[in-house]
Design a protein around this ligand. Structure first.
Ligand code: ZN
Length: 281
C-alpha cells in the first residue's frame, strides 16, 4: 500500500510533467473508481481545463484546475491499496488493470491503474473545497512536517491515549502520514517497544519519537518512497527505501544494530516489527 512518502513522490512526479497542460478528454473504464460525480460527468467536467498545480493532504492527491485563468474545481485521487498514477504516451498498450485514462496535452495521458480497485477519483466543483467532497481529508490530524505537529501537541495527545504507542501513532486523526511501515521504523529509531502504553511515555521518549517521525518520512520522501509494496512512481519505477529498513518486514533477520533477531507481533490487527533488545519492554 502506498504510504505518505510514495504519495508525495507521485505528487512531485505529476507536478513535474503535467502542470500547465490541458486535459483534452478521457475515458472511465471502471465506473466505481469515480466517487463523485458520476463517471460520464467526471470526464465532461475535467475536459477543457488546465492542471494548475498538484497538492497533497495525507494520502489524498488533488490537482487544481483552471479554465481561462478562473478556478474550474479540483481533480481528487486516493490510491488506496494498489492505485498508480502513471504518465504515459497514448500509444502505450492499455494494461488490463487500467481504470481511468485522462488525456493531457497532445500526446500523453495520466493512466490510473489499480489492481485491487479500491482507489477513488473525484471532481470537486469550484465552489466547494476538496475536503468538502473527499470527506476523509477533513478528519486528518497534522502531518509530521506541519507546524501544528509540535512537541506540546504530541505530548497532550499521547498523555490522553490508553492505547499502545504503535496503535496510537497509526491513528491518522492524531498524526497523518505514519502508516504501518514508518510507524515500525520510527519506534525502532526511538528505542520504544511498540506495545508501550502511549500515556506512559516519558518526555524524552516523546521528543525522540517526534523527531524520528519527521526524520523517517523526510528520508523516505528524499529517496522517492519505498519498494515494500507494488507501488510505482509516475515513470513506473519502484522507490528504494526498502533496502534500508531497520525492522519493517525483517522478522527473524538480525537487528542492524545488535544482531538480535527481529520480532514480529500483531498489535491492533497490524503486523508489528521490533528488536527485543534495542526496544525493551
Ligand atoms: Zn537491536
Amino acid at each position: 500500500m502506498p504510504e505518505l512518502p510514495e504519495v508525495e513522490t507521485v505528487r512531485r512526479g505529476l507536478a513535474s510533467v503535467s502542470v500547465n497542460q490541458p486535459i483534452s478528454g478521457g475515458e472511465v473504464l471502471l465506473t466505481r473508481t469515480i466517487a463523485h460525480p458520476d463517471a460520464d460527468e467526471f470526464i465532461d467536467r475535467l475536459t477543457g481545463n488546465t492542471i494548475a498545480s498538484w497538492q497533497r493532504r495525507g494520502k489524498y492527491l488533488y490537482a487544481e484546475l483552471h479554465r481561462q485563468e478562473k478556478s474550474a474545481g479540483w481533480l481528487g485521487v486516493h490510491l488506496r491499496m494498489t492505485g498508480q498514477m502513471l504518465w504515459l504516451d497514448r500509444q502505450e498498450p492499455i494494461h488490463k488493470h487500467t481504470r481511468v485514462r485522462l488525456l493531457v496535452g497532445t500526446t500523453s495521458e495520466i493512466r490510473f491503474v489499480d489492481q485491487r480497485t479500491f482507489g477513488q477519483m473525484w471532481w470537486i466543483p469550484p465552489d466547494r473545497t476538496p475536503s468538502d467532497i473527499m470527506t476523509g481529508m477533513a478528519k486528518l490530524g497534522p502531518e509530521p512536517f506541519d507546524r501544528d505537529f509540535s512537541i506540546e501537541y504530541f505530548t497532550t495527545k499521547l498523555s490522553k491515549s490508553h492505547r499502545n504507542i504503535k496503535t496510537a501513532i497509526l491513528d491518522q486523526t492524531l498524526v497523518a502520514g505514519l502508516g504501518n511501515i514508518y510507524a515500525d521504523e520510527c519506534l525502532f529509531m526511538s528505542r520504544i517497544h511498540p506495545n508501550t502504553l502511549a500515556s506512559s511515555l516519558k518526555p524524552k521518549q516523546i521528543k525522540t519519537l517526534h523527531q524520528a517521525a519527521i526524520e523517517v518520512l523526510t528520508t523516505a520522501i528524499d529517496r522517492g518512497g519505498t519498494s515494500f509494496s507494488n507501488y510505482l512512481n509516475v515513470e513506473g519505477v519502484n522507490g528504494n527505501y526498502g533496502g534500508e529498513a531497520w525492522v519493517y518486514n525483517r522478522a527473524l533477520q538480525p537487528c542492524r544494530v545488535c544482531d538480535t533477531p527481529i520480532s514480529k507481533i500483531r498489535l491492533g490487527g497490524r503486523g508489528t516489527h521490533f528488536c527485543p533488545h534495542c526496544q525493551p519492554e
